[in-house]
Design a protein around this ligand. Structure first.
Ligand SMILES: Cc1ncc(COP(=O)(O)O)c(C=O)c1O
Length: 383
């Protein structure tokens, strides 16, 4: 079956009691057992350990990524945290993309180091740099590709091979492209991680996370940590995400087509210093993006001439675009990573990895492309 058929039908069946076409929101703490001996006969006991609405979403995501199973979480950060807890012990080491989402960087540097876990931040767009950071005690690699917000892309197959050699798990944060455009497990990764807050939801309605595992054993380790720490997704969030996922491919195709048109418009604009969008021939990893993904997505950044002052003026007065954190939604969003999404990253580290003070991040939504370009044109004329 094709992706669009799977995104609608995988994991869900009409409700056997009523025929309801949508999976009900099973808003129930506990599940009644018919007898002690038939405990768990219907698969559920207590909603921290499993819930039918959440399970439907887990099954759908498993099919879309081509994995063995999926665990869903209350947020993307909860998915990252549980993954770290499941595969790293005190005294062990992980190699992380040096331009990962700011929250991931904060979790590693400010929280997990307190428990004796060691981290190196590597330029994962260069597998040789990743290799340099591998130690005897390296047990996990986390690659965010494309990375938030620099859009830097990393070779998933090459880093998976390094992880395999090191006897470590390779986690790919696949939030920006989703399995519609990029399937890390098929490229050799062990886990594909998502903030479902973004494209799976797609409507700015929820926060959630998911990890799709290549094998049942990997999933089992995650599920144990998830149940132990209580890091679950709520049935309501799972239900909203189930509905959002049914239109994932059509949204992403339209958003990506708009994004390419916007990137081309910005690239030729005299007031724009530079634009980073994987679909542009000028993008450093354009060829890699074409090779390992079937689409370029709808995220980009650009820098206006005139630095931070000009960038802020543009972001404060940009019509149909909305100044807000988040990405992947039907609403087009404009973000200043330095003050918003990546404020947790120290200024020197931001500078080192290319998150400049004037960087403006765009998440292209579903409005008419002409309206989005028109608003950018007007705002650029005003700076
Ligand atoms: C690439 C990436 N991973 C993880 C996260 C964390 O997700 P959440 O905000 O759902 O906790 C984000 C959030 O922006 C992100 O962009």
């Amino acid at each position: 079956m094709g992706f669009r058929t799977k995104q609608i039908h995988a994991g869900v069946t009409p409700d056997p009691t009523t025929g309801a076409i949508l999976t009900p929101i099973y808003q129930s703490t506990t599940f009644v057992q018919e007898s002690v001996d038939s405990y768990l006969a219907k698969g559920f006991s207590y909603s921290r350990s499993g819930n039918p609405t959440v399970r439907a979403l887990e099954k759908k995501l498993t099919v879309l990524e081509g994995g063995a199973d999926t665990t869903c979480y209350g947020t993307g950060m909860s998915a990252v945290s549980c993954t770290m807890l499941a595969f790293l012990n005190a005294g062990e080491h992980a190699v992380i993309s040096d331009v990962a989402y700011g929250g991931t960087y904060r979790l590693c540097t400010k929280v997990l180091t307190r428990f004796g876990v060691e981290f190196s931040f590597a330029d994962t767009s260069n597998p040789a740099d990743v290799k340099k950071h591998v130690r005897k005690n390296t047990k996990l690699f986390l690659t965010e590709t494309p990375a938030n917000p620099t859009m830097k892309c990393s070779d998933i197959a090459a880093i998976s091979a390094l992880a395999k050699d090191a006897g470590a798990v390779h986690v790919v944060d696949n939030t920006f492209l989703t399995p519609y455009y990029q399937r890390p497990l098929e490229l050799g990764a062990d886990l594909s991680l998502h903030s479902t807050t973004k494209y799976f939801d797609g409507h700015n309605a929820t926060v959630g996370g998911a990890v799709v595992a290549r094998t049942a054993e990997l999933d089992e380790k995650l599920r144990f940590i998830q149940n132990s720490t209580g890091s679950i997704m709520s049935p309501m969030v799972a239900w909203l995400t189930l509905q959002g996922t049914k239109t994932l491919a059509v949204r992403m195709d339209q958003q990506s087509a708009s994004a390419l048109a916007i990137a081309r418009f910005l690239e030729q604009h005299p007031k724009v210093l530079q634009v980073a969008y994987p679909g542009l021939e000028s993008f450093p990893q354009h060829e890699l993006s074409k090779r390992q993904a079937s689409g370029f997505g709808a995220m980009m950044w650009f820098e206006v001439k005139g630095g931070v002052k000009a960038g802020k003026k543009l972001m404060d007065s940009i019509g149909v675009w909305t100044l807000a954190e988040n990405l992947g939604s039907v609403e087009s969003l404009i973000t200043h990573p330095v003050t918003m999404t990546h404020s947790a990253v120290e200024p020197a580290e931001r500078k080192r990895v290319g998150i400049t003070d004037g960087l403006v991040r765009l998440s292209v939504g579903l409005e008419d492309t002409d309206d989005l370009i028109g608003a950018l044109d007007q705002a650029l004329a005003a700076v």
